[in-house]
Design a protein around this ligand. Structure first.
Ligand code: F6P
Length: 551
């Protein structure tokens, strides 16, 4: 029976946290001049330096034992062989199959799914080439210029982040927009700038039942019909869907041949490698989309084959567990010193927090140790002028992942050099601090604050694919060691159900809710009444004016 916090290794780590409480990270470097070389790993175009963590050799060795004694190896083998490891939804977890570039079969319910994956990639290739080459024409015979992805969560964050990160590779004639929030201002702002004749809407939703996406998709459809005087037939050239729910997509009015399917065994937050990545293929082209997948595949092989002590996802996961479960960190900061990665923290929020924000283990028992941290972040150097004050002199312990790519553009070299030296300076300052004569006063920084540094040779599709897969597998390793199911998300169902219920009840007073909800609903109702009255007045006026005009 796997009782993580009852294990000898766990107790050893608790003791080590005590024993090393007063250690200074800086002293570890003095004790071992080889520390940087020993505590850094390269894989292709990615370099991880984890030497600025509060990790003695003994702690690292004991963390490795924690991984060895956990279900990690077994769970990893199960994932790659298509076993049902998402036990509450009774599904395998196979985002790794989407980018499988090798000869391995991937069997689901007794059937190799690789042919289906290859077929979906061929469809993605054909369609993205047609649109990018101007062969896909709108109803009035014009090529597409604007692409609008309508989706939320994993049907938005992944493609959105990758398209922004790889903006340098974007097709020059195409503009991309991502509508996710149900707030009408979001879609209203995007639609206001569009030409319907050259717009292509991608309705991205795994379930085709998400309230925000359906509301936005219907508003887009109404806008298209109104602004083109078009018919249901015309939407065929301007609306495609990415979903596992083909029937619902066709009911919405999407032509069967314009539905890009994927499968229930792909989690939403792990789905950018599937047809959910259609905006990416449209933006950077199919060939580079495959390079994104190849980068992830290389990280998959590394995760499967590298010894734990040299295994990037395992190392990042163990460092995170050390910081969270033994040093008391409640959050993990993600600070990309790369403006193109400004959406990476938001993407990693869903990836990590929707995966490991759990408090019941795989056997259904409440856990009595901390699990997923709060992921947050912002680009550097901006963060230095917003929240680094707290990180340097505050009372909280916040581990940081710094991420950057090396300069590759002569034109901006001076800027990139400043950006990188700022990042290195910050990582150094967090570790060393500057306690003057041992006295902590208003001006001094205590230091001893850990960080990882991940350097990409270049922010290109291959390295970005590897970086994303690195974090996917880090989340996987932590979930395996915490013995939780990282692949369901029952916690979001309650909010969805209540939102539907309350929106249905908005018109009537309902004692089903607490006094606060009822009171707030009353205020909303009053505004709706005011708006409805205003609308009536406007309609009356229009009628009157019409009467006047026809009289
Ligand atoms: O947040 C809950 C969730 O189900 C996510 O897991 C998912 O990525 C998102 O909503 C959107 O779901 P769908 O792609 O089915 O619209």
């Amino acid at each position: 029976m796997y009782e993580l916090d009852q294990s000898v290794t766990w107790k050893k780590l608790k003791q080590l946290a005590e024993d090393t409480r007063d250690d200074r990270i800086a002293d570890y470097f003095a004790q071992d001049p080889e520390r940087f070389q020993k505590m850094s790993v390269r894989l292709g175009g990615l370099f991880l330096d984890y030497s600025k963590n509060k990790l003695s050799d003994k702690v690292l060795t004991t963390l490795e034992q924690l991984a060895e004694h956990s279900p990690l190896r077994q769970r990893r083998a199960q994932m790659f062989s298509g076993d049902i490891i998402n036990v509450t939804e009774k599904r395998p977890v196979l985002h790794i199959a989407l980018r499988n570039r090798g000869p391995e079969l991937v069997v689901v319910n007794g059937r190799d799914v690789m042919p289906d994956i290859h077929a979906s990639l061929q469809k993605l290739e054909a369609f993205s080439n047609k649109v990018r080459d101007g062969e896909w024409l709108g109803y009035s015979g014009k090529p597409i210029r604007h692409i609008i992805n309508i989706g939320i969560g994993g049907s938005d964050l992944g493609p959105n982040m990758v398209c922004r990160a790889l903006h340098a590779y974007k097709h020059p004639n195409l503009s991309f927009h991502f509508v996710s929030n149900v707030d009408g201002q979001h879609i209203k702002k995007v639609l206001s700038g569009l030409d319907p004749e050259t717009s292509l809407f991608i309705v991205s939703t795994k379930t085709f039942s998400t309230q925000e996406t359906l509301l936005n998709a219907n508003s887009a459809k109404r806008w298209f019909m109104a602004s083109t005087g078009g018919t249901e037939a015309d939407i065929g050239q301007h609306f495609v869907a990415v979903s596992t729910n083909k029937d619902a997509a066709m009911e919405f009015g999407i032509k069967q041949e314009n539905i890009f399917e994927f499968w229930a065994w792909v989690g939403g937050r792990y789905s950018l490698w599937s047809s959910i990545g259609l905006p990416i293929a449209l933006s950077i082209g199919y060939t580079l989309f495959i390079e994104l997948l190849e980068g992830a595949y290389e990280m998959d092989r590394h995760f499967m084959e590298a010894p734990l002590r040299q295994n990037m996802p395992v190392l990042m996961a163990l460092i995170g567990i050390w910081n969270t479960n033994f040093l008391g960190a409640e959050t993990q900061a993600i600070i990309p010193y790369d403006q193109a990665l400004h959406q990476l923290p938001s993407f990693l929020q869903q990836l990590d927090m929707e995966s490991n924000g759990k408090s019941v283990d795989s056997e259904g028992k409440p856990v009595n140790y901390a699990t997923g941290p709060i992921i947050w972040g912002q680009t550097g150097s901006n963060g230095q002028h917003a929240f680094f004050q707290l990180l340097h002199q505050g009372t909280r312990f916040v581990p940081i992942d710094f991420i950057a790519s090396l300069p590759d553009d002569k034109e901006t070299e001076e800027h990139q050099f400043a950006l990188l030296t700022n990042m290195l300076a910050q990582a150094n300052a967090f570790m060393n601090g500057d306690v003057i004569e041992g006295k902590l006063d208003y001006a001094s920084c205590p230091g001893n604050r850990p960080s990882n540094v991940i350097l990409l040779d270049q922010l290109n599709p291959r390295n970005l694919g590897a970086l994303i897969a690195l974090y996917e597998h880090k989340v996987f390793v932590q979930g395996a060691i915490w013995n939780i199911n990282s692949f369901d998300q029952w916690g979001v169902q309650l909010g969805k159900r209540l939102a539907t219920e309350i929106s249905r009840n908005i018109e009537r007073k309902s004692s089903d809710y607490d006094a606060s909800t009822q009171g707030l609903l009353e205020i909303v109702r009053q505004r709706l009444t005011v708006n409805a009255t205003k609308a009536e007045v406007v309609t009356q006026k229009t009628k009157t004016s019409k009467k006047q005009s026809t009289d």
